[in-house]
Ligand binder design. Structure first.
Ligand code: PHE
Length: 503
């Protein structure tokens, strides 16, 4: 962001100077609740998605086979995070973050409400709206959080920790409500409740956005009005062309002229994700006009990028294969009370909220002995793998026809959360510090790209749920993650060297 007008600079300074939200700018509360409600909507919908896809038409679902449901789940969740890349770009070049958040929220609410309608066509339309909306909203809210702090403001890190709590409070309460309504009343009504949550978030955002000052109001500027105008125009044309091509493809597919199915699309997307990543890293490592230090750091980014994708591949199965395990293999009773299988989705956020402060304290207490980021990534992968390893005996019991106690999954989610807390909070900041300065925002997109690949793989795993013996499926995920953890552990020293002094 360059060259704010005097008026904008003043209003930003006033917003930053405020301390009325736990010592933080009041604008942080606006963003905290916006993202809380957005995550409420996202995770509430996701908690019942795989059940809605696989449950029979008689039971109000879409009656898809596991392989197709897994493909749709992976396609949807991967596209959501991939579009965060596009959403960041649109905000930077055309509309600014604030408008992106607003439009994104509106699209999300419309998307959830389309899912209320009883047709497959409106279901797919809803998913497209959700993908576009979340892409516009999610990354851009965090960009505005960053803008609320002047460079060097010591409150920045704790601001992001508070914000992370908002994410997890939303993720905690929504499966309880949307899951209850979805599983025990009607799937589609559950999606409606998720949409209602987003509406509340939107109203809250509109009513309190004055506390943000001028943060996120304008697209990035080069300082030259003529150049800005040109770059904006070309960006609008590109977005228009992209939307037109997609609409054309959609129309061709809907009319049956070209035949598409979920599995084909999902495979295509997987190749695209790998292709995009390969192009970016060839550019960072071999082409581009980088200094030797920048190139070495990019090699470290590659190591972290691959590890992150593999970690999320196991982690994001929380809403796919592990949900199927909750529904089909787990006895959903606790202390004599029955509960909906989707309630398991609240377990991870509960552990995050309880343990994040512990981890924060631990890293501080270790001081100079605090492990470097690649070591934390390796630990993250290890916990992610162990989470699936402990489930193998339970999977064997389920294969023999029994239902297992909920404690198995709770243990799995506990270990997954330990992994998340090792990897997720440091991941983005490590990658941002390693990236060439000019690419700060772009690398944020790369972080989302790694999550996207992870989500896509998580869908793939769910596709295999009924065709592969469960202990083999969970065992393979465990083996893969633990092997990756070991390889990364061996790479800690060389990676730290490639980081060239970045902590
Ligand atoms: N719980 C996190 C969130 O919803 C998971 C996540 C991590 C998502 C990284 C995207 C990127 O924000």
């Amino acid at each position: 962001m360059a060259s704010l007008s005097d008026h904008d600079q003043k209003s930003l300074d006033t917003a930053r100077a405020d301390t009325s939200f736990f010592g933080h700018p009041r604008g942080l509360a606006t963003l905290f609740f916006t993202e809380m409600w957005e995550r409420f909507s996202y995770y509430g919908m996701r908690a019942i998605l795989i059940f809605y896809l696989t449950s029979s038409i008689a039971k109000g679902g879409l009656g898809f086979a596991d392989s197709k449901a897994g493909a749709v789940y992976g396609l949807y969740t991967a596209m959501v995070y991939l579009m965060c890349l596009g959403g960041g770009w649109v905000a930077d070049r055309i509309i600014g973050q604030r408008r992106a958040v607003l439009i994104g929220g509106i699209l999300i609410a419309c998307g959830e409400f389309s899912l209320l309608l009883p047709s497959e066509a409106s279901f797919y339309c809803g998913l497209v709206l959700l993908i576009a909306g979340t892409g516009l909203l999610k990354g851009n809210v965090s960009v505005i959080v960053g803008q609320l702090y002047a460079p060097g403001d010591p409150r920045r890190d704790s601001g992001f920790s508070i914000y992370y709590m908002g994410i997890n409070i939303g993720a905690l309460i929504s499966p309880l409500i949307c899951g209850y309504v979805g599983e025990w009343i009607s799937w589609r009504l559950g999606f409606g409740v998720a949409g209602l949550g987003m509406l509340i978030g939107l109203v809250q955002f509109l009513l309190t956005s004055r506390h943000l000052g001028s943060a996120g109001l304008h697209p990035a500027s080069t300082g030259n009005a003529e150049e800005d105008r040109k770059s904006r125009k070309s960006a609008i044309l590109s977005v228009g062309a992209g939307v037109a091509v997609l609409a054309l493809l959609g129309a061709l597919a809907a009319s049956g002229v070209v035949e598409v199915n979920a599995n084909m699309l999902s495979d295509g997307l997987g190749w695209c994700l790998i292709g995009i990543s390969a192009v970016v890293f060839v550019w960072l490592l071999f082409l581009g006009n980088w200094t030797p230090v920048e190139r070495k750091r990019s090699a470290a980014i590659l190591v972290l990028f691959v590890s992150s994708a593999l970690f999320w591949a196991a982690f994001e199965q929380a809403g796919s294969s592990l949900s199927l395990f909750a529904e089909r293999g787990t006895d959903c009773h606790l202390f004599g009370y029955a509960f909906p299988a989707s309630w398991f989705q609240s377990v991870q956020p509960i552990f995050v909220i309880a343990l994040a402060p512990v981890f924060g304290w631990l890293w501080l207490a270790l001081r100079t002995k605090e492990p470097p980021s690649p070591a934390k990534f390796s630990l993250g992968l290890l916990f992610g793998g162990l989470a699936f390893a402990i489930l193998i005996p339970a999977a064997s019991l389920v294969v023999s026809g029994q239902k297992v106690a909920p404690w198995w999954l709770i243990g799995t989610y506990f270990l997954q959360t330990l992994g998340e807390l090792c990897l997720s909070p440091v991941g983005l900041s490590a990658m941002t510090k390693l990236a060439p300065v000019r690419l700060g925002g772009f690398i944020m997109g790369m972080w989302f790209l790694s999550t996207s690949i992870g989500n896509w793989l998580a869908g793939k795993a769910a596709s295999l749920y009924s065709s592969m013996p469960l202990p083999t499926l969970f065992g393979s995920v465990a083996a893969f993650s633990i092997a990756a953890a070991i390889v990364l552990a061996l790479l800690i020293k060389p990676t730290v060297k490639m980081m060239q002094g970045v902590k």
